[in-house]
Design a protein around this ligand. Sequence first.
Ligand SMILES: *[C@@H]1O[C@H](CO)[C@@H](O)[C@H](O)[C@H]1NC(C)=O
Ligand SMILES: *[C@@H]1O[C@H](CO)[C@@H](O)[C@H](O)[C@H]1NC(C)=O
Ligand SMILES: *[C@@H]1O[C@H](CO)[C@@H](O)[C@H](O)[C@H]1NC(C)=O
Ligand SMILES: CC(=O)N[C@H]1CO[C@H](CO)[C@@H](O)[C@@H]1O
Length: 478
Amino acid sequence: MAAPKLLFLPLLSLLALLLAYWLRHVDKDNLQERLDTVLTSLLRAEEKVGLDVRRPPRIAIGFGGCLDIIVDGVALMQEAAIEPSYKQVHHNFIETETQLAESFAYFFPPGAASERYVSNDTLFRKLVNASKRLSEMRWALGGNAPVMANRLAAEGCDVLLGGRLSTEEISVLSDRITVAGEPITDADIHLIMEYPTGAKWGNYVSRRANRYIVHSDSHNPMIDSLEDFKSQLEAFKPDLLVIGGLQMMDSFPFKTGQREARLKALQEMLFSVDQKIGCHFEMASFVEQDLMRDLLEYVIPYSDSLGMNEQELPNLLSLIKGGNITVLSDPYPRVASILDQMRELYQLLRSQEPKSGQRVLTRLHVHTLAFQAMMVTKGSMWKNTMSATAKASLTANRHVCGSARIDTRKAKLIMDDSFSVSREVGSQRIPFKESRPVSCWEEETFEICLAPVLVCTEVFQTAGGGDNISAAGLVLQI
Ligand SMILES: *[C@@H]1O[C@H](CO)[C@@H](O)[C@H](O)[C@H]1NC(C)=O
Ligand SMILES: *[C@@H]1O[C@H](CO)[C@@H](O)[C@H](O)[C@H]1NC(C)=O
Ligand SMILES: *[C@@H]1O[C@H](CO)[C@@H](O)[C@H](O)[C@H]1NC(C)=O
Ligand SMILES: CC(=O)N[C@H]1CO[C@H](CO)[C@@H](O)[C@@H]1O
């Protein structure tokens, strides 16, 4: 009996090896199949509602615009001879090369999106010069408003865009867009320093792909197209008004009272718009607490709908609750904690009795890397929440991968197999079904829809992602 046993052993290990190999193969195939099912199901959900081409939605959107110069962040730092700083410091704005290095070192390792004003003209020009020497640089039309405008036009909407743009910028706008604002020759430039997951800068390694943006704007912080926009608004007869780009006012050296004056002018415009026309405000990364407080007074109470990401949500919530803005929060938040924060924000913002001209919040869209979450008041003006959530999710992949056709070989799911609807003990768990990836359910006065994102694994760009995603989500809801 000894001989066969001895023979068996190597045979067994060979079999085990083959089995492991086969299982891994099957596993990989299964995974691919799963992703494909999610994709076809999301596409089906997206296609459920079509736009009425005979009467395209009319959307008015402000403010601003810029020329984005997109470069590899680490390559730019090297080209500009800015060495990695061992100190990681959170600066509100940048005046010196040392501050730039410290600030980049702060946001780069966790991979948190950030945007900083450079108050030093020489430094900014030096960076722009360095970027032009990089072989991999490209430029694109930037700024929340033009990006959203182009997205909305691409989806078939007619758009009125408030912004003062250069001829270069106007040349890449869709024909469906009318620009309200005098043309300019010196476009505001934004240097988008992108980096992939695992990028190295000195001893730092980025935990996720993101970008660090620097700018030195002169037009955008003044919202200098506001008056032109306002004068054309009534004749344009929009179905929806979208406000974004106000983060360009962040940490800008205004003269005393100047910022409040501009925001009050914006408030007056919002006040004058018919309440039947929905108003969406797209948040962005704000670091200046006083500006956020101003937004809470002059803009947010005049919005029916808010859009933001996983960093901006806790920021706003903390500020409303009387705390400080949180500078960095979890870049991979769990579904349950985002939903809890959304409920809290929704209730807090709706708890105040609206004054004359103010609106009651009826829509909240939070976009994260892993999933899209939408909360819509029952019986409100917003339609097709399920399809809109699917579209937002698909747009996230399309944008980051830089292709309208989604390739599941360049995608992964990072959402768990099931999620809890709240962090409260005993909360319902919702399993994630590939064939029905968008989960929708009702609570009290609202409906929530949640869709996983097919996270793009070959990043083409992250900047402007939130704008494309939010715009895509809005199109199907009006
Ligand atoms: C502005 O930046 C330039 C270039 O880095 C530097 O030489 C100069 O000292 C900076 N100015 C101030 C006031 O920090
Ligand atoms: C940037 O480049 C321009 C044109 O090449 C040059 O005139 C200027 O001095 C440069 N500025 C800085 C700060 O390097
Ligand atoms: C908020 O920030 C201010 C100024 O930066 C600081 O004085 C205060 O202690 C902070 N409060 C909390 C609750 O962190
Ligand atoms: C995926 C996608 O549509 N991305 C777009 C985001 O917006 C910019 C500016 O309009 C476009 O250039 C991208 O193609």
